[in-house]
Design a protein around this ligand. Structure first.
Ligand code: ATP
Ligand code: MG
Length: 333
């Protein structure tokens, strides 16, 4: 079975609907035919200097949300990135074949660094995509199920793998992106030209997977749309409505055409929002309940994560040994 790898950062208490629809839904489907490795990428979260107690809690919370979303720890290796040392070690090797200008062209870095200002931007944030390349290449992953925002990072991963292979001999599998169609980019409820993001400071911008249903109802009701009050699928001119239609369609399975027909006519924004809130709640409510159950049993979570890390290390250590040998590092006697 071919391998897949993906992960999420423990940068907030709750995943949002974008993480769920853009990535996690595909993780669950892919576990049928692939050998999956799903990690909580805590080393990545360090790039934005999180509070230590909060990072610890959010690492468990993220793992519990993997399980709540339908990841089966018997079929998938569910683990914490820092439990497998090979991630940091391979990242160093890859840092040494990454161009400074190449890393500087990453738009996520430019966005995040722009917001934080130079004084608050760490070197870690700069080399974040190289660590991500290490995450993927360690597992010989053929596919990487992520949202659209990760496409450029994946392209860098492919370039690094090809560069390494041609310079030092075949070592890494060159991975393909696996990006869903409709919901590859779930947009902010408050600014539908920006993606929904864990690090968005405005809580009204994101549908949290762990919110109480009534909180989400309120957020969806107050989602920013447009003044035209005529439901149509027009991502260019009506990004807020397009976002709501995509969310509805992804969760309910109804096509966008069918939805547009149902809400055709004037003054249907309220009705559309009401239905979106219903379909969101019907998925997110039970998700939240399962999450709470998993969080109640830390010993069981620790057991799952230990088992996942053990499986991950089996593959990761072999790949790292191959890479170390290829570049000429002498093995420890
Ligand atoms: P942060 O703001 O801290 O970077 P994030 O919301 O971008 O958080 P990540 O942990 O960086 O979340 O990403 C986890 C996964 O979720 C990735 O596969 C990413 O592509 C996907 N993802 C993130 N935001 C969205 C979104 N708005 N729509 C679809 N997929 C998304
Ligand atoms: Mg992100």
């Amino acid at each position: 079975r071919p391998h897949i790898l993906s992960g999420m950062q423990p940068t907030s208490d709750s995943l949002h609907l974008g993480n769920y629809l853009g990535a996690q839904v595909n993780w669950v489907t892919l576990q049928e035919n692939y050998t999956p490795y799903f990690c909580v990428v805590d080393l990545h979260a360090l790039t934005v200097n999180p509070d230590p107690a909060q990072l610890r809690e959010r690492t468990y919370a993220t793992a519990a949300q993997y399980l709540a979303g339908g990841i089966d720890p018997e079929r998938s290796a569910v683990f914490v990135q820092s439990h497998v040392r090979e991630h940091a070690e391979l990242a160093w090797v890859l840092n040494c074949i990454t161009g400074f200008g190449e890393a500087g062209r990453m738009t996520q870095f430019k966005d995040k660094a722009g917001k934080r200002g130079q004084e608050n931007t760490s070197v870690g944030l700069f080399t974040y995509p190289v660590l991500m390349a290490a995450d993927i290449l360690l597992y010989d992953a053929q596919a990487v199920p992520v949202g659209e925002d990760q496409r450029q990072h994946l392209e860098l991963t492919r370039n690094l793998a090809q560069r390494f292979n041609s310079r030092f001999g075949e070592t890494f599998v060159v991975p393909e992106p696996y990006i869903p169609e409709g919901t590859a980019k779930v947009m902010s409820l408050q600014d539908p030209t920006k993606k929904m993001s864990k690090s968005d400071e405005d809580p009204k911008a994101s549908v949290s997977m762990l919110d109480e249903p009534k909180v989400n109802l309120k957020k969806i009701k107050s989602a920013v749309t447009d003044l035209d009050n005529n439901v149509a699928f027009d991502p260019e001119n009506k990004p807020g409505i397009a976002n709501l239609l995509r969310i509805h369609s992804a969760l309910s399975g109804e096509s966008i055409d069918v939805l547009v027909e149902r809400f055709a006519g004037e003054n249907k924004y309220g009705a559309l929002k009401g239905e979106v809130a219903d379909v969101v709640t019907s998925v997110q409510g039970p998700f939240r309940e399962r999450y709470l159950t998993y969080m109640d049993d830390r010993a069981e979570l620790d057991r799952v994560l230990a088992q996942g890390a053990e499986r991950a290390r089996e593959v990761a250590s072999a790949t790292l040994a191959r890479a170390y040998d290829a570049v000429g590092l002498v093995p420890a006697a």
